[in-house]
Design a binder for this molecule. Structure first.
Ligand SMILES: [Zn+2]
Length: 147
């Protein structure tokens, strides 16, 4: 598949990005605090257990997901209905000098910022037209189910 309306998608994703950047630093801090708390054993992580998710994240191990959350980079953040949402980008090592890109989407309740739920995990190459070349920024909104 490819982008069906590059001009429109560029415009909308740029607007969204600009809105996100206004609170991005604050959101990043929030995520870093969770990370520190988790490493100190003061925060919890859970995996959303719906069937669809199981199928999706079968391709990655739980320890790879955890590694991505602890070492990856926040590339998107938003706030909706009492929850913060983060999209994490990471390149996981799969063999000597071989890496696989991964995205992990997590939610964090506003009233319990020491808890995160892993919503989905995927390899962004499966829908590569959605992303810039290194999978760190969204450029298309034509088909973003699960991403
Ligand atoms: Zn598009």
């Amino acid at each position: 598949m490819i982008c069906r309306n590059e001009l429109r998608c560029a415009q909308v994703t740029n607007e969204r990005h600009a809105r996100m950047m206004r609170h991005f630093e604050e959101d990043n801090d929030r995520f870093s605090k969770f990370r520190d708390a988790y490493e100190n054993g003061e925060a919890d992580l859970a995996f959303d257990d719906h069937a669809e998710f199981r199928v999706l994240w079968r391709a990655f191990s739980e320890s790879q997901v955890l590694e991505a959350l602890l070492k990856g980079e926040v590339i998107e953040s938003h706030y909706r209905n009492g929850e913060y949402g983060f999209l994490i980008w990471y390149n996981v090592k799969i063999a000597t000098r071989q890496y696989r890109p991964m995205h992990v989407r997590v939610n964090m309740p506003e009233n319990n910022q020491n808890f995160m739920m892993v919503m989905t995990v995927y390899d962004p190459r499966t829908k590569e037209w959605i992303w810039t070349e290194n999978y760190t920024r969204r450029i298309c909104l034509c088909d973003t189910r699960d991403q």
